[in-house]
Design a binder for this molecule. Structure first.
Ligand SMILES: [Zn+2]
Length: 440
């Protein structure tokens, strides 16, 4: 066998979806030396090092998650670039964008260099960096945004915290517009959320917990889109939780502003009832809301107001989560099980179909962070072979013990979902294969 054959993979007979080009057909995908070299009908005689029978499966561009927390540097007891990206490929993701709330903050080229080095040494998938808007994410001094973008930052955000100061926010938006990178807002008015740990409402009252009003998100987004109308540029709301935020984004988009938003699996499926019994696995930021909000978010995904899905993968240790509700950290892990949860929230409820779900997980986030022109989020001849094979009919039960993430913090333990990544190919190499699939 020659070396060319060693580097060849043939994926036969799957439903090949590429939302960027509109391709949706049963055919074969041929990969050589890391690149997709042919999409069509392979002859039976063609010899390949690896041949995969994808009958009944979807063959899609590798999934892209524009919002994850890999915790390295500084939080390696929660997650590392190695374990976070192992979790990503197990869930079908070939590209993740890591948030800057590490220790130190990603607000310098040095820290970016460190992450890139660690990713080159240990990552199972592609890692791109969202750098901080302000030094130390403190909101007091603007970060060297132009320099960070020049060094490869694909987005700018103080995620974990809002950019609260209005003058600072104007400066950040203007700078992002100048360098043509998206600003991503963690929309939370700190004055309205002091001491709050869950959604304002009857459940919080019953539990005796300080409520976190939807207004805390909405007033920030309202302010920001009014600023955006003056500054130009691109603005993106992370982990939208409130129906009111959807309304504001819809209006901004109708005005022609480049304002977008993302939805996360938990906000598309759960309400604040999940916090009952002081269940810390349901404690997140922003908090779980109400049935009306869940419905509004699903409708917003269906009509395109929300064009991106993001897990906000936020690993914590069991010790950290195993404490009082008010003391426990916010967040849940997402990468291992997101795909089945998205399908449950959006496809099984009739809001969208598989091709649209794949768009929300590939070309849409790739465009958001300017990775589409590098071939990310697309599956086509001549592009790097980042490919996810999905069995849309496979029903399985979410078990945190099977997660590749160090984090086990999820409110979805024992939940049955349908749709699972069975193989993840990154840059032409098989990065994950589900046990018991594809005897080769
Ligand atoms: Zn956030």
């Amino acid at each position: 066998m020659n070396s060319q054959q060693d580097d060849t993979i043939l994926i036969r007979g799957g439903r090949v979806l590429d939302p960027a080009s509109g391709r949706d057909e049963i055919c074969d995908v041929f990969i050589r030396n890391g690149v997709v070299t042919e999409i069509g009908t392979a002859s039976d005689a063609v010899e390949c090092a690896i041949e995969i029978d994808a009958t009944g499966c979807l063959v899609t561009p590798g999934l892209v998650d524009p919002h994850v927390h890999l915790r390295e540097p500084g939080g390696e007891h929660k997650e590392t670039i190695a374990t976070g990206t192992a979790s990503a490929v197990q869930g079908g993701f070939t590209t993740v964008c890591c948030m800057p709330n590490t220790t130190p903050t990603i607000d310098s080229r040095n820290t970016m260099d460190f992450i890139r080095l660690r990713a080159a040494e240990t990552a199972a998938c592609r890692v791109f960096i969202v750098a901080a808007a302000t030094i130390g994410r403190s909101g007091e001094e603007i970060a060297p945004i132009a320099s960070l973008v020049e060094a490869g930052a694909v987005g700018i955000s103080d995620d974990g915290d809002v950019v609260a100061d209005s003058q600072m926010m104007l400066n950040v938006l203007r700078t992002c517009a100048q360098v043509d990178r998206v600003f991503m807002q963690h929309a939370q008015d700190p004055a309205l959320t002091r001491g709050a740990s869950m959604n304002s409402g009857p459940v919080a009252s019953k539990l005796g917990l300080i409520g976190w009003p939807k207004l805390a998100e909405e007033v920030i987004v309202e302010r920001d889109v009014r600023m955006l109308a003056q500054t130009g540029g691109r603005y993106h709301v992370q982990h939208v939780s409130s129906a009111g935020t959807v309304e504001i984004l819809r209006r901004a988009q109708a005005q022609g502003l480049a304002a977008s938003g993302e939805a996360s699996p938990h906000h598309l499926l759960l309400t604040d009832e999940a916090c009952d019994g002081y269940d810390t696995s349901a404690k997140m930021n922003p908090p779980l809301r109400t049935t009306d909000d869940v419905e509004a978010l699903r409708a917003a995904v269906a009509d395109g107001t929300l064009s991106v899905l993001a897990t906000d993968h936020a690993p914590h240790t069991e010790n950290e989560k195993d404490s009082d509700f008010e003391a426990a950290p916010f967040g849940i892990v997402g990468l291992d099980c997101a795909l089945g949860l998205y399908a449950k929230a959006l496809i099984e409820t009739g809001h969208i179909d598989w091709p649209r779900l794949i768009a929300l997980l590939t070309i849409e986030p790739a465009r958001l962070v300017d990775l589409d022109d590098r071939g990310i989020g697309r599956l086509d001849v001549g592009l790097p072979a980042d490919i996810t094979v999905i069995d849309p009919a496979m029903t399985w039960t979410i078990d945190p013990d099977e997660f590749a993430s160090k984090g086990r913090n999820t409110p979805f333990t024992g939940v049955e979902v349908t749709g699972r990544a069975t193989m993840t190919i990154v840059d032409g190499s098989i990065a994950h294969q589900l046990d018991g699939t594809f005897t080769m």
